[in-house]
Design a binder for this molecule. Structure first.
Ligand code: NDP
Ligand code: HEM
Length: 508
């Protein structure tokens, strides 16, 4: 006798034999009647779902958001009121690599947070950098194509990356951070998170404030050089998963300080930069970060697939007191994510436990594949349309956000009209020290080895406008590392043939 549970079919019937197939005679063949064998093989064929089109490789955990500061004059969001504590889940990721990619590749890191607030889920889907490569959503799919595999070689193409970046100087800021120490953190616990976009807060008086979200690592910034990362990857491709999982399992819970920068609504007309341009930060001296609280990760998922892979984060998930801004990139993201989730996880992805709000949900969507909850309108079977006379759920006008002030003619405005150099210069010349600049030169020069000279020279033209030392430093490294790798840096033409393909990560 044993007290272990009894094996059953998925329909719940006891299953007598999970070792031997049902065959006609000892040597086979198997019978079609062995429906449980067919069931096993059919389930196996359906174990994989589409991986995320970007940010496919990820690591996550559960935790809590704790508010210790007081920003109630800016926002009515219940989860952001003094003393509030909100359960949450975090998923960190690399952008370009597929699901099996090595964790320690140089790449931007995703920093996605889902807060289960009493007013619904608030998702903060950010990165570990405060800016992004492009400022117009038209360019996002093109940019991602340059990060993914070349259609013919099926390898990553540094030529494509540098061709695109050198033709898109708005990428300078993000590429500089990517090639700096912050482009290769030692673990997800050793990096900041940024909302990156400008979002907005609104309060009970109906006033709107622009806001930037910052999550500062309390574990310190630690990074690997490219050479160190190669050593790590040689030993394990799962270094982030190991560090994050084992740290939390050991009871040592990582924390991030939560800060916001606040800009009064009318200031947006006055700043020297467009505050809705995703390639720009708001200088700390102008808009100092305000302490709001912290979040802590303190529980690993019991099942990676159901709780981390099935997690669906979307910038469209906001709650009363928090909203968006006119940022064109953000506007595109408001559409894109829920669309991706419907494709990746199905129509009712929000009923998957990890995505399910922890507050009552009442809506009038009906039916559809994998609808497990019937109508969610009111518990009254007659209230399946709206308006109705059967006590179905009613709209909540108290959640109406203040009007968003916009003006201007509908047109396609030139997105290249902004300065792409000033803030990069601040970072390069004032924030970085000599050692950091030297590593930046080395990382960037090395990443361009094998790329046609014309493309590299185009990029150098941008670096020179940032700071002549930047151009000279990267040029010297590129020439040296090209020769070390057996290339003549002055004789790499754009041929029209399949481009040179070198090392395998997104930054090389
Ligand atoms: P500050 O001197 O007040 O801020 C500089 C910030 O740079 C630091 O607080 C730190 O951000 C961040 N930083 C330090 N080292 C690196 C690195 N290697 N790569 C990326 N960021 C780094 O000056 P400003 O606010 O005027 O900003 C100057 C420049 O700093 C900006 O142009 C931008 O490039 C960069 N920066 C600014 C941020 C902002 O929100 N203002 C945020 C991050 C970078 P943190 O405190 O977030 O760790
Ligand atoms: C993932 C689109 C810009 C952060 C994704 C996914 C899509 C997408 C389709 C996959 C979603 C899924 O399958 O679950 C876009 C578009 C962008 C854009 C269209 C620009 C127009 C950005 C920016 C940031 C960002 C600027 C950060 C500030 C993330 C993160 C994930 C992600 C963190 C992974 C979320 C997770 O862990 O599940 N993006 N993205 N993206 N994106 Fe973006």
């Amino acid at each position: 006798m044993t007290d272990r549970p009894k094996l059953t079919t998925s329909a719940g019937a006891p299953w007598p034999n999970n070792q031997d197939s049902l065959s006609a005679g000892k040597r086979g063949p198997v019978l079609m009647q062995d429906y449980q064998l067919i069931e096993k093989l059919a389930h196996q064929n359906r174990e994989r779902i589409p991986e995320r089109t970007v940010h496919a490789k990820g690591w996550g955990a559960h935790g809590k958001l704790v508010i210790t500061g007081d920003i109630s004059k800016y926002t009515k969001a219940k989860a952001l009121q003094p003393g509030a504590e909100t359960p949450m889940i975090a998923r960190f990721s690399t952008v370009a690599g597929e699901q099996g990619a090595a964790d320690h590749e140089r790449d931007v890191r995703g920093f996605a947070l889902k807060f289960y607030t009493e007013d619904g889920n608030w998702d903060m889907v950010g990165n570990n950098t405060p800016v992004f490569f492009v400022r117009d959503p038209y360019k996002f799919p093109d940019f991602i194509h340059t990060q993914k595999r070349h259609p013919k070689t099926n390898m990553r193409s540094p030529t494509a990356m540098w061709d695109f970046w050198s033709l898109s100087p708005e990428a300078l800021h993000q590429v500089t951070i990517l090639m700096s120490d912050r482009g290769l953190p030692q673990s997800p616990m050793h990096m900041n998170g940024y909302g990156s976009h400008t979002y907005s807060f609104w309060n009970d008086a109906g006033e709107r404030y622009w806001v930037k979200f910052h999550f500062k690592t309390q574990q310190g910034h630690t990074f690997y050089t490219n050479a160190e990362a190669e050593q790590v990857i040689g030993k394990t491709r799962e270094g982030y998963q190991e560090r994050l999982f084992n740290t939390i399992e050991g009871g040592d819970y990582p924390r991030w300080k939560f800060q916001v920068q606040i800009m009064p609504e009318a200031d947006a007309e006055k700043t020297a930069y467009n505050p809705f341009d995703l390639t720009k930060v708001w200088p700390h001296s102008e808009y100092p970060p305000i302490d709001v609280g912290y979040f802590e990760l303190n529980r690993n998922a019991d099942n990676y697939f159901t709780e981390i892979e099935n997690a669906a984060f979307s910038p469209s998930n906001i709650v009363p007191g928090i909203s968006w801004s006119p940022d064109k990139m953000l506007q595109a993201r408001i559409f894109s994510y829920a669309d991706a989730h419907r494709h990746r996880l199905g129509t009712h992805y929000e009923t998957i436990p990890v995505n399910r709000p922890r507050c009552p949900v009442h809506h009038y969507h009906r039916d559809g594949e994998m609808n497990m909850y019937g109508g969610l309108a009111s518990g009254n079977e007659n209230a399946y349309y709206e308006p109705n006379s059967y006590n179905g759920a009613l709209e909540d006008r108290s959640a109406t956000e203040p009007p968003l002030r916009i003006d201007g003619d509908a047109a396609r405005y030139d997105h290249t009209e902004y300065d792409d150099y000033l803030q990069v210069r601040e970072l390069y010349a004032k924030v970085m020290n000599d050692d950091e600049r030297a590593r930046l030169h080395g990382n960037m020069g090395g990443a361009m080895v094998g790329v046609p000279t014309e493309i590299v020279e185009r990029w150098f033209g941008h670096l020179k406008q940032v700071d002549p030392r930047y151009e000279a430093g990267v040029r010297a490294e590129w020439e040296k590392q090209s020769r070390d790798a057996g290339y003549d840096p002055n004789a790499l033409p754009i041929t029209g043939a399949t481009p040179q393909t070198t090392k395998g990560d997104s930054a090389h």
